[in-house]
Write a protein of this length. Structure first.
Length: 445
């Protein structure tokens, strides 16, 4: 169907209409049309010959007929604006600020779909409005990643609403790299987003200390999802399988989702990638003092066993529970300063010292889950600078938190074993294929 632009001028429209009135209209290729400007309104004419009043016997429209056709031509009306929600805003406030008809808002919110989608707005939300002198002609709002609310004013004068589904498409891609400087730099060079790199580090966090254990030429392979919508890449999904080679040691992980929808990562033999404890319960900059039974104390200036590990970190850095447990002590404890002790299963306890303050979970009797924040880094007690002093004890005996063998979390449920094995074999084959492709490419260089 030929397209016309009103702003292109009377001569162009006259020629187009003449072509329609003549016996054999010719299709117009889109690329041959003139480019419209921002002030030009485009509309589409159907291929059906038009009967215009006042047309001359030869089929050429008169000036009066041409003028009437231009006046009656369909065109988008109204002004388009974007309402951006600020802190403390409501829809009523937004309509008032932009001089939009609040009565229209009431009519729109009377529609079930619109009321549900517009019930809550948050700072940063954007709402697209087209209006004519304050009267709302259409409204669009993104509900979530896959749904959008569309409200339009019908010819009847009533508002209509619908929710448009915009499904995400997950495409499986892979990335591989060799670490020369840091995992994040290698990840970016491999085309991975920082989110995927963080997730990769999180999966292997129980097996690899990404601050202290990384070596030059360590390698990784990752199979993960890219999320696409309407032909555009919009983000990253989950890591489906991964391999990490650290100092010659290979560790692999597979994501498995059971029939209840619960997902977790497992080794190829079905063991959980998670351990009952995390190695380092704080994001630290360096280890300022290791486990050492013959260390000279920096303040007391005498030999005093250091039965834990000191993790240097900025004041206020969150301290996380190393494992599931119960708070059995929270308060001041001599040279430990502000201190928390957690009781775990298997007669294991962990201690966190020199805190600046406790979190809401840092109360005696509270049950905490692995990773929940129990307090914040400080320098209370006998401490020369902000750091976390962390101890790990089994039956009351101190063990080196960095080297002690950590208890495993639960393996794959026996009822899912056969399904897991089939999926694990398929994932391992894909990881092997990616590695072989890389080795072939390196060999040919």
């Amino acid at each position: 169907m030929p397209w016309f632009a009103v702003g292109a001028g009377i001569p162009f429209i006259t020629m187009a209409l003449y072509a329609l009135f003549s016996g054999s209209p010719q299709p117009v290729e889109p690329e041959t049309l003139p480019t419209t400007t921002a002030a030009t309104t485009a509309y589409q004419l159907t291929g059906v010959p038009l009967e215009l009043p006042g047309a001359s016997p030869g089929g050429i429209p008169t000036a009066q007929a041409l003028s009437k056709a231009i006046e009656e031509s369909p065109a988008l009306t109204g002004e388009s604006i974007t309402l951006t929600v600020r802190s403390g805003d409501s829809m009523d406030i937004l309509f008032g600020r932009n001089k939009l008809d609040r009565g229209n808002l009431a009519e729109i919110l009377a529609l079930d779909e619109a009321r549900e989608a517009m019930r809550l707005v948050h700072p940063g939300d954007a709402i697209e409005i087209r209006h004519q002198d304050g009267k709302v002609l259409s409204l669009n709002r993104k509900i979530d990643e896959t749904r959008e609310l569309e409200v339009t004013l019908a010819d009847s004068g009533q508002y209509q609403s619908r929710v448009i589904e915009r499904p995400l498409e997950a495409r499986v891609v892979y990335a591989q790299g060799i670490i020369k400087n840091s995992l994040f730099i290698a990840g970016r060079e491999a085309g991975m987003s920082d989110k995927v790199t963080m997730n990769l580090a999180g999966i292997f966090a129980w097996d690899v200390d990404f601050v202290l254990d990384i070596r030059e030429n360590d390698e990784f392979v990752v199979l993960y999802e890219e999320l696409w919508q309407d032909g555009q890449r919009v983000g990253d999904g989950e890591i489906l399988g991964a391999e990490f080679i650290n100092d010659g040691r290979t560790v692999r992980a597979i994501r498995y989702t059971d029939e209840t929808g619960k997902s977790d990562y497992f080794s190829p033999d079905g063991g959980s990638m998670r351990k009952a404890f995390i190695r380092a319960p704080v994001d630290f900059t360096r280890i300022s003092s290791n486990f050492n039974l013959k260390r000279k104390h920096p303040i007391l200036n005498k030999i005093r066993a250091h039965k834990g590990v000191d993790y240097a970190a900025p004041n206020g850095t969150p301290i996380k529970a190393a494992g599931d447990g119960k708070v059995i002590f929270a308060g001041r404890k001599g040279g430990y300063g502000n201190c928390i002790i957690l009781q775990h299963g298997g007669n294991i306890t962990t201690l966190y010292a020199h805190m600046s303050k406790f979190s809401k979970y840092g109360r005696v009797g509270k049950r905490v889950n692995q990773g929940q924040v129990v307090g914040y880094v400080g320098a209370t007690g006998l401490a020369t600078a902000p750091h976390l002093h962390y101890e790990y004890r089994v039956n009351g005996v101190h063990r080196n938190p960095r080297t002690v063998k950590l208890p495993q979390a639960n393996p794959i449920n026996a009822k899912y074993r056969d399904d897991f094995n089939a999926k694990a074999d398929a994932m391992m084959s894909q990881l092997d294929m990616v590695r072989q492709t890389r080795m072939a490419a390196v060999a040919s260089e």
